[in-house]
Design a binder for this molecule. Structure first.
Ligand code: FES
Length: 136
């Protein structure tokens, strides 16, 4: 489960061992991430923000299927960045193609994996917002 691009390197990362909260500011949805359910689906690295979002009805665009080969899954991590795996050089290269990059906050949601050591607050950029279901 979970998609991985064999041509991209992903730095070592730790999956969460305890539940944590992931909030999407666009929809005011707060998800309690259950580590025992990871991976939630098939898109993005297991436990990634994309993996969790899609399983909870938040359809972040992910043109390459979550293998780190585009930048359509770009999100801003507003709080909790330190609990996430560091972006690899390959992720940084893809982010260079994303509009409205914000240093220290922009991540590919398919490659960004929180370790559960703190809660997370995420914003989907405005060009992607039309894909978010409002009214939850
Ligand atoms: Fe393509 Fe994340 S979906 S890089």
């Amino acid at each position: 489960m979970g998609n991985k691009n064999p041509y991209l390197t992903v730095e070592d990362y730790s999956l969460p061992t305890r539940a944590y909260q992931l909030t999407f500011v666009n929809t005011s949805q707060t998800i309690t991430v259950d580590p025992t359910r990871i991976p939630y689906g098939d898109d993005g690295l297991p436990g990634s923000i994309l993996d969790i979002a899609l399983a909870h009805g938040i359809p972040i665009d992910h043109a390459c299927g979550g293998v780190g080969a585009c930048s359509t899954c770009h999100v801003y991590v507003l709080e909790g960045q330190r609990s996430c795996n560091p972006a690899s050089d390959d992720e940084e290269d893809q982010l260079d193609n994303a509009p409205k990059l914000i240093l220290g906050k922009s991540r590919l949601s398919c490659q960004c994996i929180p370790d559960g050591s703190s809660d997370l607050v995420v914003e989907v950029p405005s060009w992607n917002r039309n894909l978010i279901r409002e009214g939850h």
